[in-house]
Design a protein around this ligand. Structure first.
Ligand code: NOJ
Ligand code: NOJ
Length: 464
């Protein structure tokens, strides 16, 4: 009897402890979500900067990120758009400022030899004339995708007038922001350019993915805005870009090569071309199906290759724990010693949550072998007993579906816990964390880190 009681008490204690950890984690997520919004807001229309511009980070030395980067801005506003959609009044006014600033920024960029491919501007909105890796043609494509989402929400609310005034008007030369970006993308996607990490010249998966989706979604918007010739032209570019993207698949390596036809500078050699930017692209463009969709076999294979590579690369990943793998940019990275980053680790959380979401909401989900293998591993990690295999329809078995969704959600949570560990008590997020000690490194309060955390949290929240 006594032993029985003791074991019951022990069981109750374990259950309570598990509950406490779960509650702690939920509480941390809520708190970190607030910290992210507060700290990010400080970087948007910051004092002494142009209204509507976004600081990459307030850090002015080691490194100096006190600039407006078009790419970082689009990443941030993509996360802010979720808040616009949720009816946050502050986010709505931030978006309006961003649109107004973009109009001016496009005019300033037109005076640069790189046009809209100029990646970085001074905080007062003027051209940055320091030597830098130019052009970087992902910026206008990312921005167009973000703005198209905003335009669609205005159209859905019957506000066609605002769209025609600021975002898309069928006229040439273009003066509205989306049309201006789409024209640039349509005429420049064939050019080699510098990648999102600002290092190497070539044709990049990340850049082409953004360009393809900007052209595809731009084509649909053009049609809706009575611009059929442009719709056809953009649609043709999207089809051509899709073929370019497919060329990045390396069947022998089993992942997408981040660049083809590239020339590395000696400091930035990247023989593997295995780079997290492939997953970042797929997350950003959020395609429900096709080659960039988050459950596509080739995306899963690339993400798996990245996770196992980083798992072996960073000492911090060696310790056995319930924390997800700390993820960096690519294996050969030497920037600040080549560490894991917050935004890339958050991307793995987001990816698992969004796969869970896709499975939870689908009417028909017949597993491929690659998907089945990934989910099998997730189930095993979660100590769940269900077994999945190729050709099973997850949507036809509610128990199995629920287990798969729960297991993927737990995988996502593990990456968020890795971020919690790095974030420490303040919850402030820098760019990187040390590969050995986990200490925050490089630019403090990186806007993109907060945006990536917010996107991952949003994906998790959409699960229930
Ligand atoms: C080299 C880094 O790898 C790159 O990502 C960064 O943008 C530039 N230096 C400038 O800091
Ligand atoms: C370095 C990163 O490599 C690049 O992608 C980013 O735009 C800048 N830092 C600013 O955050």
């Amino acid at each position: 009897m006594r032993t029985f009681l003791l074991s019951v008490m022990a069981l109750v204690a374990t259950v309570l402890a598990l509950r406490a950890t779960a509650d702690d984690f939920e509480a941390w997520l809520d708190n970190e979500g607030q910290v992210a919004v507060e700290r990010l807001n400080l970087n948007i229309s910051a004092p002494q900067t142009h209204r509507g511009s976004i600081l990459a980070s307030p850090s002015q030395h080691d490194p100096n990120y006190y600039f407006y980067w078009v790419r970082d801005g689009a990443m941030v506003m993509r996360a802010i758009f979720d808040r616009v959609a949720a009816g946050d009044a502050n986010a709505v006014s931030q978006f309006k400022d961003y649109v107004a600033f973009t109009r001016e920024n496009q005019e300033v960029a037109a005076t640069s030899p790189y046009g809209l491919g100029d990646p970085r501007f001074n905080v007062d909105g003027n051209l940055d004339t320091l030597p830098w890796g130019r052009p970087q043609n992902d910026g206008p494509a990312l921005r167009a995708i973000t703005m198209i989402r905003y335009a669609r929400s205005l159209l859905a609310h019957g506000d066609r007038a605002s769209v025609e005034r600021d975002l898309y008007l069928a006229e040439m030369p273009a003066r509205t922001v989306i049309k201006t970006d789409l024209e640039f993308v349509a005429h420049h996607w064939q050019d080699r350019c510098i990648d999102l990490w600002e290092e190497n010249m070539g044709h990049h998966f990340f850049t082409e993915a953004a360009q393809m989706v900007a052209m595809k979604e731009g084509s649909a918007l053009a049609l809706e805005m009575n611009d059929p010739a442009a719709a056809k032209f953009y649609g043709d570019q999207a089809s051509a870009l899709e073929l370019e993207l497919a060329k990045h698949w390396d069947a022998s390596k089993g992942y997408y090569l981040s660049a083809i036809d590239f020339s590395s500078t000696p400091d930035h050699a990247k023989p593997t071309q295995l780079d997290v930017s492939v997953l970042l692209a797929a997350l950003f463009v959020e395609q429900p199906s096709g080659l960039l969709s988050l459950t596509d076999d080739h995306i899963i294979k690339t993400a798996e290759a990245l996770e196992s590579m980083f798992g072996a690369l960073y000492p911090i990943n060696a310790a056995h724990s319930d924390l997800g793998t700390a993820i960096g940019r690519y294996k050969e990275d030497v920037y600040y010693g080549g560490n894991p980053w917050i935004l890339t680790t958050a991307a793995f959380a987001e990816w698992n949550y969004r796969m869970a979401g896709a499975i939870a909401s689908s009417k028909h989900f017949v597993l491929t072998g690659v998907q089945a293998d990934y989910i099998t591993r997730a189930l095993a990690q979660a100590s769940m007993t269900s077994v999945v295999s190729a050709n099973m329809n997850l949507a036809a078995d509610e128990h199995l579906r629920a287990q798969a969704v729960a297991a993927l959600k737990l995988r996502g949570d593990a990456f968020m816990k890795r971020i919690r560990q790095a974030a420490g008590v303040t919850g402030y997020l820098a760019e990187q964390f040390d590969l050995k000690t986990g200490e925050m490194l490089s630019a403090r309060d990186l806007s993109w880190s907060y945006a990536a955390f917010m996107r991952a949290s949003e994906a998790r929240a959409e699960l229930h």
